[in-house]
Ligand binder design. Sequence first.
Ligand code: ATP
Length: 287
Amino acid sequence: MRELYLKAPAKINLALHVKGLREDGFHELQMIMQSISLADRIKLKKKSGGIIVKNSHTELPTGRENLAYQAAEIFFKNNPEINQGVEIYIEKNIPIAAGLAGGSTDAAAVMKGLYLLFELEYDLKELRSFLENIGSDVPYCLEGGTVYASGRGEILEELPFIGEKYLVVVTPAFKISTPEVYKLYDQIKGYDKFDFDSVQNNLKNDQEIDWELDYKNDLKKAAEKICPEIKEIKDIFKNTKAEFTMLSGSGPTVFSIYSSRELAEKAAARWPRKNDFVTVARTVPSY
Ligand code: ATP
């Protein structure tokens, strides 16, 4: 095989609870992650040596700062018998710094893709541990699906797939730095109680999601302070017959889930804020 094409799906959070600050400086989290059909496309092509990253998006770094590059570097370090290199092309469809794990999913796809391209066997557990060093949610992105993530986000427990649901994903033209949101979160105190057990039980045992439970995001207040447009977007969603609306990760992406594809398409077609990224997507099972 000389080249390989892969999809790298984005994720949304159906719940994000910050349990506290750990001694290592990271936050202890409880999250429900869900992958969606919005995806980057990645092409891997063998070359004689070295790593090259090319992007469809001019804002993205092409060197070591690109998470896809870091994944390739770890791959070659752990497989020194391979005397070749790779050219990585990223067709960037996922908004950047938006709370959709765009960089993380590229890194995970490149790691898995390189094992396939060079026809090497891999152990998922080992790949997860390699990827943990790139970022906390990169191990999740290896397989996606509906997952309960704890620790920094790297301890994963697969949950039953919530089924195919249509959603509208809206990202304002405003990049949010995840560390900045957590920093502000630490300064603003007084968050609501979070019943995560009921959320988990609901997803494990019931046919239907009870959105009245604590499907919510502890980072909401901090993210809205940094980016007031999040609230404007939520207000627009209120009039679109959505079942459920929430901020994804540290934002600024907001998504709404609908009972039908038609309702989602209608909401997206009538979206009034012209500078937002707006797309209809569906939830996808683990890949
Ligand atoms: P998360 O939800 O994991 O916090 P995010 O979706 O908010 O992530 P990303 O899109 O992953 O954020 O981008 C975060 C930063 O990572 C950006 O500043 C970007 O320049 C950098 N980055 C490095 N490589 C990539 C990549 N392949 N795709 C997107 N961003 C990348």
